[in-house]
Structures are given as structure tokens and as C-alpha cells.
Design a binder for this molecule. Structure first.
Ligand code: G1P
Ligand code: ZN
Length: 545
């Protein structure tokens, strides 16, 4: 079959952000926009001839069309085989697992994570490397550089592949295997957690849980694992059917967007003991107890402290890593266990080297991401199953487990305030104004706290020595409190300012405060130091998590 070479003109905006190239659907539908970027990936990644590519997405609008195009381009690029999730579906952690398990050269995951979908929403494309993890910065930058000089792409003639039917197909001589997207992932989970114990708890009639798939990719995974395999009652999984527009919702598992789940768990005389949710592509998780919200930072700390309850981690963990803005709660666990704790820039790609080198077992981000060395992505359902394993082992409530953790380690009050879709220029000016203050801040008293240090976070990867600068402005106080400012690298409209607030309270008689109350003075300091209202025109944050 003849491969066609199509002339094209480079787009100037194909620079991947925190997690792949994420743009509006409208942008992705511009002539050859997707093709240009895919060709840039194929021209940059080494060793693709004859090797395997894993392909799938979160099922959002444009997923299926994009898959047909990528299959034709993969055939033209000389891949030996494509492993494709049935229906074009693969959660991000499941794709990461498949890449590792089947020795693929990499994978393409189509997702804009928690961003809304549909014709007016967003679309995205991520390339994951051989270890199953997101492409490191050096590769995303090389892909971007290549994209700036793409003048043609290569594609096989149209030949629609039946995405919904399991089996073996061929496109221009390249084999395609359409696989069950859940099976391999479920096997992996079963190898890590005590399924018998979890099943006994879920079937006992004494434990009530809800998992909110938010009409996104984890629906089929959760139904198969929680309801079919572990025997949780039907109806345990809410919004389990993946929809191209996520039912019009915002598939972001947090207090602001998983409203229905929140109201079930926080109902006055509620009967649900455990609530959890995941996002568009299945890598995020939110964990709730009865009238209790577990911050993702605390979740990582609690799982690290109790890792050995799960069969997969029975022999202990080697270390922990957290992204810089994530609270320092995990650091305290690492210190007690005598383990290293690494502080990395925001974005999962920075954990890859540490995991590959065996220096850490668990890692997480405040942005509802937690995972381990079982894949090279964050993993929503993994975190939920870990919590279920912990609850089944301890036979105690979520709230008690976390409160006991605070009593032992102290509580890191934590919150993130987001100012969304602000003017890009104003956002850059705000950050520049903060940068200018860095040298004068140390020693200053702000409210009741004294600044110990202030910097713009830079990270040197301990494994390969690569340096990443400009990763967020930190104001560190003498009492362990912190304020961090950074601009989002995943938004598609204007800029989003994220303000991360943290204070440490060792005294357990002071652990019952609402976090917004406990952090109120820091919230004011942040507003004053960064002159947030002056630059953004906003009095309060749009989303508080
Ligand atoms: C956000 C989160 C970050 C996460 C990323 C991808 O990136 O803050 O922790 O890794 O989404 O899920 P940001 O928009 O802040 O750049
Ligand atoms: Zn995601």
C-alpha cells in the first residue's frame, strides 16, 4: 500500500506543558494540527522502526477520530505493532502498565486529563517512553523543536479499524491488536493488594462505599474491579459510563467538582463510609471518609506510613518523593522510617528517574495524584484500592486513621487556591514582581510569621543531573509554614495562578480546625505579598482545594 506524504506548515504553539500537549478541541481540529505534532513525536523518538506502540485515550470527544489518524501515521512510520485499547479506551495508568509489560517503545495517550471535554472543551496528547512514564523535559523540548520544522507528514491510506471489537487487524502491513483495556490492569492490582480481604469488607453489608468515575475513563475499570471482581454491591460505581463530554461536567476529583459525591459523604446522617473519585484519564484520586476529606498530601503520608499492610509493599518501601508544592507531611513519615524523601518540580515526569533507579517506592502530588513503582504514572484506582486494603486491615474509619496519623506526626494544614483564566500578561507581571522581592524577604516579619528563606525553586535530578529551573516561588517561614506561587502549565485559556498554603501544627489539641481557618493568616499574607487583587482583579480564588 502506498504511503502518502502530505505537505504541511508548522504550528508555533506545539510546546508540551506540565502533561503533554493540551489545547482546545478547536485548535486540535485545525488543518493537520494533530498530524504535525504526531509526526514531530515520530521524527524525534528513537528506535520506533519495528517496535510496539501502545495507544488509547480517555474517550473524550475527538478520541476516536484521532486514533484512526494516529494508526495510519504509525503504519507509515514503520512501527512493528500497535496495541490499542478497545473502543480507543485506556486509562493513563493502564497505558503505562501496558508499555512496561509488553516492552513497547512508548505509548500515545489521548487525554486532557481533568479539563472539560466536548466540541467546546479540550483535547490533549501525551507521549510516554519505554519505562511507561511521561516523556522527560529533554524529550518534550526536542519534540517541540522538531514540530517547528515539520513541513510534511507521512500517512497510510484511510482504512477504518473496528475499534470496538477485540482482535487482530492489519493496516498497511502493520499489525494492530485491539485488547481489553481492563484485564492487564486488574491483574496488576490483584498482585499488589489483598483482594480477598477487600472483597470480604465490601461484601460484609457493614461497609458502604461510592466510587465516582465522573463519566470518564475509570467507569469500566471500577465496575469490573470493584463490582464484578470484588463483589461490591451494584451502584457502588457512580457515573460509570464514559461519555465524550463527561456529561457536561468537569472530570476533576476534588471538593469543587465532585459535588454529588461530596454531599453523599457529608450528609448529616449519611450512611456512606468511604468515597472516592477519579478524573478524565484515571490518574487522579480523591479520598473521602464519612464527613471527612483526606488531603492528597496526607493520603500519601498515611499510605507511606502503612505501606506494609498491602502484599505488594510488605517488605517495605525504599523512599518517598513529593512535588515541591505538596505538603511536607510525607517528609515526616520518611524521617521516622529513616528513608529519603525527594522534593521534585510539579509534574509526574520528575518521578520517573527516581522510580527507575529504585530510590523511591511511593510518590505523590497535592493535585490528587498518588502512585508507586508499579507503573510510571499516578494511578487513581490504585490509591483507592490501597485505601480499601488499609481500611480492611485496620477495621477503622478513614477519619480515625488520619487523626491518629496527625497525633503521631503532627498535622500539616494545607490548601491550594487557584485563580483561573486570568490575564496572561498580568500573571507574568505578578510572578516577576514576586521574583524581585526574593532577596529582600528573608528576615522580614509578615503577620505573625518570620520569613526564613525565599527562592524560585530549581531542581537537580539526582539520577541524571539535569537541572529544571523556574519551578515556582517559595516563601518559607521559620515555623515550617510555606507559601508557594506558580503558574499552571496545563491550562488552555489565559493563565491560572496557583497559591499553595501550608502550616505545621504539632499540638494534637489544635488539629480540629477547618484548614481555611487555620491558614487564614497565610492566605492574607499571600494576597498582600503577591498583590493578587491588584494584578488579577480578583478578590478571592475561583477554586479552593
Ligand atoms: C497540574 C497539577 C500537577 C499535575 C498536572 C497533571 O499541573 O498541578 O501537579 O502533575 O496538573 O495532572 P499545573 O496545571 O499546575 O501545571
Ligand atoms: Zn489526569
Amino acid at each position: 500500500m502506498t504511503i502518502q506524504t502530505i505537505k504541511t506548515t508548522p504550528y508555533t504553539d506545539q510546546k508540551p506543558g506540565t502533561s503533554g500537549l493540551r489545547k482546545s478541541v478547536k485548535q486540535f481540529k485545525k488543518t493537520d494540527y494533530l498530524q504535525t505534532f504526531v509526526q514531530a513525536i515520530f521524527n524525534t523518538v528513537e528506535g520506533i522502526t519495528g517496535s510496539t506502540l501502545v495507544l488509547g485515550g480517555d474517550g473524550r470527544y475527538f478520541n476516536r477520530e484521532a486514533i484512526q489518524i494516529i494508526l495510519r501515521m504509525a503504519a507509515a512510520a514503520g512501527f512493528g505493532k500497535v496495541i490499542l485499547g478497545q473502543g480507543g479506551i485506556l486509562s493513563t495508568p493502564a497505558a503505562s502498565n501496558l508499555i512496561r509489560k509488553y516492552g513497547a517503545v512508548g505509548g500515545i495517550i489521548l487525554s486532557a486529563s481533568h479539563n472539560p471535554g466536548g466540541p467546546e472543551g479540550d483535547f490533549g496528547i501525551k507521549f510516554n517512553i519505554r519505562n511507561g512514564g511521561p516523556a522527560p523535559e529533554s524529550l518534550t523540548e526536542a519534540i517541540f523543536a522538531t514540530s517547528q520544522h515539520i513541513h510534511e507528514y507521512r500517512i497510510a491510506p484511510i482504512q477504518p479499524i473496528p475499534l470496538d471489537k477485540l482482535g487482530h487487524y492489519e493496516l498497511a502491513g502493520m499489525p494492530i491488536e485491539v485488547i481489553d483495556p481492563v484485564a492487564d490492569y486488574m491483574d496488576l492490582m490483584e498482585s499488589l493488594f489483598d483482594f480477598d480481604k477487600i472483597a470480604a469488607m465490601l461484601q460484609s453489608g457493614k461497609f458502604n462505599m461510592r466510587f465516582d468515575a465522573m463519566h470518564a475513563v475509570t467507569g469500566p475499570y471500577a465496575q469490573r474491579i470493584l463490582e464484578e471482581r470484588l463483589g461490591a454491591p451494584a451502584g457502588t460505581v457512580m457515573h460509570g459510563q464514559p461519555l465524550a463530554d463527561f456529561g457536561g461536567g468537569h472530570p476533576d476529583p476534588n471538593q469543587a467538582h465532585a459535588k454529588e459525591l461530596m454531599s453523599l459523604l457529608f450528609a448529616r446522617n449519611g450512611t456512606i463510609d468511604f468515597g472516592a473519585a477519579s478524573d478524565g484519564d484515571g490518574d487522579r484520586n480523591m479520598v473521602l471518609g464519612k464527613q471527612f476529606f483526606v488531603t492528597p498530601s496526607d493520603s500519601l503520608a498515611v499510605l507511606a506510613a502503612n505501606a506494609t499492610v498491602a502484599p505488594g509493599y510488605r517488605s517495605g518501601i525504599t523512599g518517598i518523593a513529593r512535588s515541591m508544592p505538596t505538603s511536607q507531611a510525607p517528609d515526616r513519615v520518611a524521617a521516622k522510617l529513616g528513608l529519603p524523601c525527594f522534593e521534585t518540580p510539579t509534574g509526574w515526569k520528575f518521578f520517573g528517574n527516581l522510580l527507575d533507579a529504585g530510590r523511591i517506592t511511593l510518590c505523590g502530588e497535592e493535585s490528587f495524584g498518588t502512585s508507586s513503582n508499579h507503573v510510571r504514572e499516578k494511578d487513581g484506582l490504585w490509591a483507592v484500592l490501597f485505601w480499601l486494603n488499609l481500611l480492611a486491615e485496620k477495621q477503622d474509619s478513614v477519619a480515625n486513621i488520619v487523626r491518629q496519623h496527625w497525633a503521631e506526626y503532627g498535622r500539616n494544614y494545607y490548601s491550594r487556591h487557584d485563580y483561573e483564566e486570568i490575564d496572561l500578561k498580568a500573571a507574568n507581571e505578578l510572578m516577576a514582581a514576586l521574583q524581585e522581592q526574593l532577596t529582600s524577604l528573608p528576615g522580614k516579619t509578615l503577620g505573625k510569621r518570620t520569613v526564613a528563606d525565599a527562592d524560585n525553586f530549581a531542581y537537580t535530578d539526582p539520577v541524571d543531573g539535569s537541572v529544571s529551573r523556574n519551578q515556582g516561588i517559595r516563601i518559607l517561614f521559620t515555623d515550617g509554614a510555606r507559601i508557594v506561587f506558580r503558574l499552571s502549565g496545563t491550562g488552555t485559556q489565559g493563565a491560572t495562578l496557583r497559591v499553595y498554603l501550608e502550616s505545621y501544627e504539632p499540638d494534637s489539641s489544635k488539629h480540629a480546625l477547618d484548614e481555611q481557618v487555620a491558614l487564614s493568616d497565610l492566605i492574607q499574607i499571600a494576597a498582600d505579598v503577591a498583590r493578587i487583587t491588584e494584578f488579577t482583579g480578583r478578590e478571592v480564588a475561583d477554586v479552593i482545594t
